[in-house]
Design a protein around this ligand. Structure first.
Ligand SMILES: Nc1ncnc2c1ncn2[C@@H]1O[C@H](COP(=O)(O)OP(=O)(O)OP(=O)(O)O)[C@@H](O)[C@H]1O
Ligand SMILES: [Mg+2]
Length: 398
């Protein structure tokens, strides 16, 4: 910085000398150069010192004032020297010095005023940052200028906006995690309590052999439900953590649907529910993991059968649409109430405000189905149904 300042001072002094030489001859040119160059070098040196000692110079306003004072001082000295060396009359010297001093005074005042205005903007930014530190997230920083400080103020506002969005997301995730933990512990406790009660009854030896056998059988049922629940939880937490290492392959949709429906038929027949398929385009292919999609279909069919009264029906449809495959499980059952429709795909949500039934269902089926479908790049939703429920999902076609 100093070298560049010195070069500038030398060039400016030479230019001034050239002008003086043109008008008053070589002598004037030399004197001009000899006066201006040392003065310029001194000013550059003083400016450098000012920069090096900035921390001692105090606040911004004082720094601006010092820089202005430097220029003013240089101006006064230069004028004084010229007047003295060039033997200007006393009257001229007096008036010249007065005019220069007056201009310098006003210049100083202008510098101070500008410094003050910059300072106000700086204080506004500072106040904004203090507010952010105190937890405020809706701040507006008013600046007067349209300069770097104004840019800084906008940057700060944008940063606070991002911060607040991230904080909200984090707090929502924390709430969700807390709710999930509460739901998990509640839902695990229910079958566990049954297991405990049955085991104690068997252990006490107060029941006869037949009752003991019956209790042991019930205990096995509860233990299986308990184990299924833990498997579901484990699967859901892996899916939600994005821990997905499946191989995707070309899947014949019709075949997969028929196979799954056949596997569920005994359960449907037990409830006197008729399950049928409508596979318009039998040649529909999807890019998917067959076991996972079967899991989705199992969950949907299980729900449909569970919520459909005897003599009702469940229909599975599949069709190709816009390069994707859409599969629907429709039933003629009780349907899902409007207030539940928005939340049934969330974990641990069960209809009619019910929670943790003793049959081992925990409200995880649809959450798992959604996680699997979304991991395939598809989506799952409740389609409009005049009667019963229609759950529909899409898969990327092939
Ligand atoms: N076909 C359907 N008809 C009526 N209600 C349904 C249907 N499918 C889902 N529901 C409602 O949505 C809720 C959530 O379904 P989800 O499959 O996630 O859980 P669940 O069946 O209760 O338990 P889980 O699937 O873990 O055994 C159900 O409790 C039920 O109230
Ligand atoms: Mg279910």
């Amino acid at each position: 910085m100093t070298a560049r300042g010195l070069v500038l001072a030398a060039i400016a002094a030479a230019a001034a000398a050239l002008v003086a030489g043109e008008v008053y001859g070589a002598h004037a040119a030399r004197e001009t150069f000899e006066i201006l160059l040392p003065l310029g070098a001194l000013t550059v040196g003083a400016a450098r010192l000012l920069v090096l000692q900035r921390e001692r110079a105090g606040g911004l306003r004082r720094q601006v004032l010092l820089a202005a004072a430097l220029v003013t001082g240089q101006l006064l000295v230069a004028v004084g020297l010229f007047a003295w060396l060039m033997l200007v009359s006393h009257m001229d010297v007096l008036f010249t010095v007065l005019v220069v001093a007056y201009s310098c005074l006003l210049g100083l005042w202008a510098a101070r005023a500008l410094g003050g205005s910059v300072l106000l903007d700086l204080r506004a930014v500072r106040r904004g940052l203090v507010q952010v530190g105190e937890g405020e997230r809706e701040i507006a920083i008013e600046t007067r200028g349209r300069d770097e400080l104004a840019d800084l103020a906008r940057d700060v506002e944008r940063m606070v906006e991002r911060l607040s969005v991230e904080e909200r997301a984090r707090s929502a995730a924390d709430d969700a995690r807390r709710d999930l933990l509460a739901a998990v512990s509640h839902d695990l406790r229910t079958p566990l309590t049954s297991i405990q009660v049955l085991a104690e009854a068997i252990e006490d030896g107060v029941v006869d052999d037949e009752t003991r056998r019956e209790y042991a059988a019930r205990l096995a049922v509860h233990a299986r439900a308990f184990s299924g629940l833990i498997d579901d939880l484990f699967e859901l937490s892996r899916l939600e953590a994005g821990d997905i290492h499946w191989t995707m392959e070309r899947v014949a949709v019709a075949e997969l649907v028929e196979e799954t429906v056949d596997a569920m038929r005994p359960q449907a027949e037990a409830g006197r529910v008729v399950v049928s398929t409508e596979l318009g385009q039998a040649d529909a292919w999807a890019q998917a993991n067959p076991e996972r999609i079967q899991r989705v279909l199992f969950n949907l069919l299980q729900n449909a059968i569970r919520h459909t009264p005897a003599d009702g029906s469940v229909t599975v449809r599949a069709e190709q649409r816009d390069g994707a495959v859409e599969i629907e499980v429709a039933d003629t059952g009780s349907g899902i109430s409007p207030e539940d429709r928005a939340v049934v795909f969330d974990a641990f949500v069960q209809g009619n405000g019910e929670r943790a039934r003793s049959n081992g269902s925990a409200g995880l089926g649809l959450a798992i189905a959604r996680a699997i479908v979304e991991a395939h790049g598809g989506r799952i939703w409740l389609a409009d149904a005049p009667v019963g429920t229609r759950v529909r999902f899409s898969l990327p076609g092939r």
